[in-house]
Design a protein around this ligand. Sequence first.
Ligand code: MG
Length: 440
Amino acid sequence: MRLFGTNGVRGIVNQDLTSELALRLAMSLGTLTRGTVAVGQDTRVSGNMLSHAAIAGLLATGCKAINLGIAPTPAVQYFVRDNADAGIVITASHNPREYNGLKLIAGDGTEFGIEGELAVEDVYFKGSLKLADWRETGELSDTNVIPAYMESIMGKVNASDIKKRGFVVAVDTGCGAGSIVTPFLLSKLNCKVTTINAQIDGTFPSRNPEPTEDVLTDLGKIVISNGADLGVAHDGDADRAVFIDEGGNFVNEDVLLAIIVKHVLSKKVGPVVTPVSSSQRIVEVAEAAGGHVIWTPVGSIYVARMMMQVNAVIGGEGNGGIIFPEHQYCRDGAMTVAKVLEIMTERRKKISELVKEIPKRYMDKTKVTCRDRDATMQQIRASVEGNIDTTDGVKIWYDDGWLLIRPSGTEPIIRIFVEAETKRRASDLLEAGKQLTEGC
Ligand code: MG
């Protein structure tokens, strides 16, 4: 039995995800860690219920707990890397309102990998919890991590030149944890800032925490009416950032990654790391600048760990989750915002002009329900030939595009992703993908 899914432990509050679960999970982590553990949370209504349960679990095992309160996930990771042996973030990231979750952070600030999760699960299910003697139950303190986190970001971009530009920026933090960082960071960068949904509100009254194009129409309108240079939005825990150009148009996240890769490589050539589901545009941009791409399975932890291993200069996912190794090895929404302003400053270009420099490609995806994912994947693997990559699922490369078929980690479905140079070819590839999974 597994407790962790692809993104930590997630569930609907008080149905799948209870305070008892948080308590026991924290006791399991505390049993293994026996040190200092920081706990942070996004703005969800159930955040206090779960963070206090987690803190109680840590203290029961003799850990020292540091309550960071509401903070973006990357701010918690930044704190843990320098100040704690582990961390727990109470967040369900981009999931709908009724969800919450627990994400475990390793001592180096990266997310827990599969080995760490299995070790915690082992203690959790076997009940081999080691509770402390009454004299040794843990101490609790509070810390505000936000000022140091923002200072670090300011020091990792060309802040003095960005300040001279006096950008006009509209921000939609979706009432999530980014509300207490990004508007203030932009002010420090001498931007003229307009916010919507920047009040902390875990009922997420105006939009879902997932910052998709369709929920950002208000932001687009504000960008246009204010004559803003840029619109910025985050998911609920602000490890991702997405952008709207000065004309109110959503910037595709793979294009965003390509823009950042191009800029980073223009200064320093080195490996670029991204999951197999990312756009071929990343490869084209990287190779044109003398770099090369290393593929990983889908999941930010794989990207972060590979980046550390190969000493990558940049990495990230095609969902607005970008990792800047000079700052830290995790996706960081506020850092991404600062970096995009740096690129606009140094290149002296509008965001729409930076978008136009990236080759045009067409991506599409779908999912099919599947009774036996493993058997189907085996069948597909045996039936396809040519240029095949099996980093995660089966990816088939063609001269003019690719098709990726991969099983979901959590649901009885198989996902199909395609990319091609024309829309027509992309829909043909999607059709081919559906045929390969037929009757599964
Ligand atoms: Mg997130």
